[in-house]
Design a protein around this ligand. Structure first.
Ligand code: BJW
Ligand code: ZN
Length: 239
């Protein structure tokens, strides 16, 4: 299996990775829907919508502060690092649903953050936006304009950042191989990216210990964790 995929990667002019929470699981960041997923403990609709935020901004911010602290202390794992190593050898773009910034910290330079970033905050009213890596002394944090600040992430019912989404669709539609890592593909529109790749004739590869909603559409699957599978794949690719 690794040999066949490595061959496809060698032949590819353009490789796209689509990543989700599973790739950061081995960095100690919980997934959403999997075993020990965040939403087994919390009600997503109470936390990941603008309505929930306005109803109880302190509660939602407390959840994000806990996650921000965990993410800030986390390190990229062997899966993130293998992708950034491959970028030194091939054209590699990363379309990620993750908000943790671990691909960039691993050294990937072509990263498209479809669902925003947890270290960026923005005002709910004015144009203020900033990168904040420290803790907030007061929750919810307040903008200079007097209104509440929020994490710069995409909640349910909100559109993805349009420029990033346009670029992501373009990358997906023009790649030769798409490697889908650690995502349940349960959330739209990100789960359309493999569809666009397939329409262009790309080889679809899935790296996930579990089957997903689109496993049947994949050309090749590695049923293993990202931090195990991706360095192995890189090693076979480099042989
Ligand atoms: C491993 C592993 C290891 C484990 N190695 N693998 C009905 C009502 C309301 C809305 C909708 C509806 N039907 C459809 C919608 C649209 C909605 C949607 O898709 N909902 C579905 C849940 C049904 N989508 C939206 O609302 C999106 N916006 C939109 O559609 O806008 C339209 C619009 C247009 C114009 C104007 C206005 C609107 C926005 C979606 C935003 C998603 N946001 C979140 C939260 C981000 C912030 C935060 O983190 O707090 O993004 S939700 C959450 O899910 C997060 C993730 O990025 C996203 C995807 O999850 P992911 O990454 O796939 O994680 P999991 O946990 O699901 O899967 C992990 C996988 O890893 C598993 O398969 C494991 O097996 C695997 N794994 N360990 C490798 N070591
Ligand atoms: Zn403001």
């Amino acid at each position: 299996m690794f040999d066949i995929i490595a061959d496809r990667l060698r032949q590819a002019e353009k490789i796209v990775f689509v990543t989700g929470a599973g790739i950061s699981q081995e960095s100690g960041i919980p997934t959403f829907r999997g075993k020990d997923g965040l939403w087994r403990k919390y009600d997503a609709m109470k936390l990941a919508t603008i309505e929930a935020f306005y109803e109880n901004p302190k509660l939602v911010w407390e959840w994000y502060e806990e996650r921000r602290n965990n993410i800030m202390a986390a390190k990229p794992n062997a899966g993130h690092l293998a992708i950034s190593e491959l970028e030194k050898l091939k054209s590699v773009h990363v379309l990620t649903q993750n908000i943790d910034g671990l691909h960039q910290r691993a050294g990937s330079t072509q990263v498209y953050e479809l669902h925003g970033s947890i270290i960026t905050i923005k005002c709910t009213v004015c144009d203020f936006k900033d990168i904040i890596t420290t803790s907030f002394s007061q929750l919810p944090p307040i903008c200079k304009c007097g209104n509440i600040l929020r994490p710069d992430v995409v909640w349910f019912g909100e559109p993805l950042p349009q420029d990033i989404w346009q670029d992501a669709m373009q990358q997906a539609s023009s790649c030769d191989v798409m490697v889908v890592v650690g995502t349940s593909l349960a959330v739209s529109p990100a789960n359309l990216l493999p569809v666009y790749a397939k329409q262009n004739g790309a080889t679809l590869v899935e790296v996930n210990p579990e089957e997903t909603l689109m496993s049947a559409d994949m050309d090749l699957s590695i049923r293993s964790s990202a931090a195990k599978a991706l360095p192995n794949l890189l090693a076979v690719f480099q042989r």
